[in-house]
Each structure stands twice: as structure tokens, then as C-alpha cells.
Design a binder for this molecule. Structure first.
Ligand SMILES: *Cc1c(COP(=O)(O)O)cnc(C)c1O
Length: 413
């Protein structure tokens, strides 16, 4: 007897229900959304799912842990505005993002700014805005001191630490070993002394070990090690630690075989850290910062089928959207092996006939591939291809000028 091995499948995309043939985004049929947007392709983000995700995190994590939104994952102003009402703070990575965060009314006290190449002008803007700067280089200290002097305002700083460990099983490692991010843990005492001499307003530490992690045990280990490292470094701090950002890195399932992250062990671990902090860092507020996990599953990318072609037995759906709008779904944003994002034909959700097709875009490159040999509802020109898990690192993480096609539209439903 031969054993039949089932191929791994995508985790079901149950966050978006269907009514008859139509996928619903916050209760609205996709074809109607496409009609009111007036054009394809577009990204659609679901407000109710954004709110539900924050509520789910609040329920799973201790009440003392503050939740920040890392807005580089999705800087659409209307979405940032919605998120600002839900989370405790916004993390920005440029003066451009800072402008959006301030425009949508985020409290400057709860905005922090990280990034390895902050310009002098950006550092002055940060001090003028009254936000917290995560210092990532000795170079930033005298610039912040000058801004403090010139503006007569405190330069609020935390030290971004490049830890002496790595986040295991992370999609993208951003700490440990040699990195352009933060200051190596072993150099931090010297940086703290410089911050003290410059009389900057020291508030605490920022550690971010990596991104897109689906293994709770790896996240738990990184958070414990980060906390222990912060406690050691606090001994050299010029004033008590009031802010401790332990990073995030919570992943979402994109590819066949991947399962949603189990928050329970992470919540239990953070409760343990909160309890330890009461004794070790009694003035510290514990923060985690999340981008993708907050917004990624609440968004879809929608492109219209322009043509259906068969080439030597292989069926292609040629759409008006592609890698110029959604680089990560094409597999060209950090992935090592190309895999398909979950996808559907959003106006044929009740179809019974399926076809194996590849969904491609209009660009003159074989890299412009949104789905490679996937089983989808049999589709025709005019139908709407939906790429799920598209709420993070989409429009602004894609080379929209490549080949000169129109830019993508974004809507918050
Ligand atoms: C990119 C980034 C984040 C967000 O990462 P996600 O994987 O989207 O959660 C958080 N913090 C810092 C410092 C970052 O650079």
C-alpha cells in the first residue's frame, strides 16, 4: 500500500467571509468596492479586522504591556489614523513617517523614531516634535545635544541596542552579530556615558531582534534575553529606565504549511517579564512594537484579469496588477525561495470548477508573477484576483515606477 502524502496547504483565510460569489471586505461585496474605487488594481484594508486584531492582542498580553504600531508596515494616512486610536504609540522610521503620525493626531510623547541613518535635519525635527529618538550611533549624540540647546527642548532618547544574541527562526534578522542597526551591547556603557555628559533626556532601551517569526518559543527566548540584557545595561544608565521596548517580530502565515502564531506562551512570558521588571526596573514601561502582525492580515490586493492565455498547456491569467505594486507577493522582497501567497478569485467565491493557473502582471519580466500554478476558481477576463495577507509591506514596499504603469490605489473600508 502506498501512503498518500498531502501537500501543505495555505491556512484558511477565514477573516474575510463570502456572500454567494462575492468576497466581503468589512461586509461589502468586492465587486461593489471595485466599482466605487473606480479602477483596479487597489489595496483594500478592513477597519473591523484592524480593531479586532488589537483587541485580540490586548486580551492575550498583560495589561501593563504597551502596544506600538511600527508604521513602516503600512503608512497609509487613513490607516495610521485608525491605528493611532487603538494602540498606545506609533514607531516611525523617517521624518516623512513622523509627519504622517503627527498629522493623524498621535501623541508625540508616545511616538518613537528608529533608523540607522537619521539625518541632522531629522534629529532636529524629532526634538522639535517632542518625540523619543532611539539612538543608533555615537554620531547622533552631539547632534541631539545641539538641537536641545538650539530649541530649548529636551532631547528624549532611548538607546537602540544591537544585542549579543540572534532571534532564532526569524524571517529577517535585525539584531545579533554585526549589524547596521543600533549600537553593539558591549559599546552601550560608553554610549550611555556620552548621553549623560551631553545631558540628553535618557528614557530607556530599544531592542529589535527580527521580523516575521512564527515560533513562539523563539520570540519568548528573545524577549527574555532582551530583558536580561536591558537589566544589565541599566546599571550604567545616567537615570532610571522608564521605557523598555522589547521589539516584536510576530509573524503571520503567508505560505503553505505555515500556521498562525500562538499568542498564549508569549502573553505568559510577558507577564513573567512584567513581574520581574517590578523589582529590577521599577519605573519602566514595557513596550512591544508590531507592524505586520497588526495590519498584514487585514488587507487584500485586488487586480483585474485582462487576458487568459494558454501556452503549451499552461494557463496564464494576465492581470493589470503585479510586482510593481506588490513586490513581496511576487517573491522578490526578501524571500529565498518563491512561494505563493494565498489567493482567490474574489467574485467567484462559490465556484465549483477550479483550474490550475499562473497569475502574472503586465510587466515585461518573468519575475512579475503573483501566483505560480495555483488551483483557483476558473476565471475569465474581468474577474478580480485577490491576494490575501497584503496589509503590510505592500504599496510602499514596491517599485511603483518600474515600467511606468499607473500607481496603485489604497482604500480603508
Ligand atoms: C520594521 C520594524 C518593525 C516592524 O516589524 P514587523 O515585522 O512588521 O512587525 C518594528 N521595529 C523596528 C525597529 C523595525 O525596523
Amino acid at each position: 500500500m502506498t501512503e498518500t502524502r498531502k501537500l501543505p496547504e495555505h491556512t484558511p483565510m477565514t477573516q474575510f467571509p463570502a456572500a454567494g460569489s462575492e468576497l466581503l471586505i468589512n461586509g461589502q461585496p468586492l465587486s461593489r468596492i471595485a466599482a466605487r474605487v473606480g479602477r483596479t488594481p487597489f489595496y483594500a484594508y478592513d477597519r473591523s479586522l484592524l480593531s479586532a486584531r488589537v483587541a485580540q492582542l490586548r486580551a492575550a498580553l498583560p495589561a501593563e504591556v504597551k502596544l506600538h504600531f511600527a508604521m513602516k508596515a503600512n503608512p497609509m494616512p487613513a490607516l495610521v489614523c485608525h491605528m493611532a486610536t487603538l494602540v498606545d504609540g506609533i514607531d516611525v522610521a523617517s521624518a516623512g513617517e513622523l509627519m504622517v503620525a503627527l498629522d493623524v493626531g498621535a501623541d508625540p510623547q508616545e511616538i518613537s523614531f528608529a533608523g540607522p541613518g537619521k539625518t541632522d535635519a531629522e534629529l532636529h525635527q524629532a526634538v522639535a516634535a517632542g518625540i523619543l529618538v532611539n539612538v543608533e550611533s555615537f554620531r547622533e549624540v552631539p547632534i541631539l545635544a545641539a538641537a536641545q540647546q538650539a530649541l530649548g527642548l529636551p532631547a528624549r532618547v532611548a538607546v537602540r541596542v544591537n544585542p549579543d544574541f540572534e532571534l532564532k527562526s526569524s524571517g529577517m534578522k535585525m539584531g545579533g552579530g554585526p549589524k547596521q542597526f543600533g549600537v553593539d551591547a558591549e559599546q552601550v556603557p560608553e554610549l550611555l556615558a556620552a548621553i549623560g555628559r551631553a545631558e540628553l533626556a535618557f528614557e530607556g532601551f530599544h531592542l529589535f531582534a527580527g521580523s516575521q517569526n512564527l515560533k513562539p518559543e523563539a520570540i519568548v527566548e528573545a524577549q527574555q534575553k532582551s530583558f536580561a540584557l536591558a537589566c544589565r545595561l541599566a546599571e550604567d544608565a545616567p537615570s532610571p529606565v522608564r521605557f523598555l521596548n522589547l521589539g516584536g517580530g510576530f509573524g503571520i502565515p503567508y505560505f503553505p504549511g505555515e500556521q498562525p502564531l500562538d499568542l498564549a506562551p508569549i502573553g505568559a512570558n510577558l507577564a513573567d517579564i512584567v513581574a520581574q521588571a517590578k523589582a529590577a526596573l521599577p519605573h519602566a514601561e514595557i513596550v512591544i512594537e508590531l507592524g505586520r502582525y497588526l495590519v498584514g492580515e487585514a488587507g487584500v490586493y485586488v487586480a483585474r484579469v485582462l487576458d487568459k492565455k494558454v501556452s503549451r498547456g499552461h494557463t496564464y491569467l494576465v492581470t493589470d496588477g503585479g510586482l510593481h505594486h506588490h513586490l513581496s507577493a511576487s517573491g522578490n522582497f526578501g524571500q529565498v525561495i518563491r512561494k505563493n501567497y494565498p489567493a482567490a478569485i474574489g467574485n467567484r467565491m462559490d465556484a465549483t470548477v477550479q483550474e490550475t493557473v499562473s497569475v502574472v502582471g503586465p510587466l515585461c519580466t518573468p519575475l512579475d508573477l503573483l501566483a505560480d500554478r495555483m488551483n483557483l476558481a476558473a476565471a475569465e477576463p474581468g474577474d478580480l484576483v485577490v491576494i490575501y495577507q497584503s496589509g503590510a509591506y505592500g504599496a510602499t514596499a514596491s517599485p511603483q515606477r518600474f515600467l511606468g504603469h499607473p500607481a496603485v490605489t489604497e482604500v480603508l473600508i
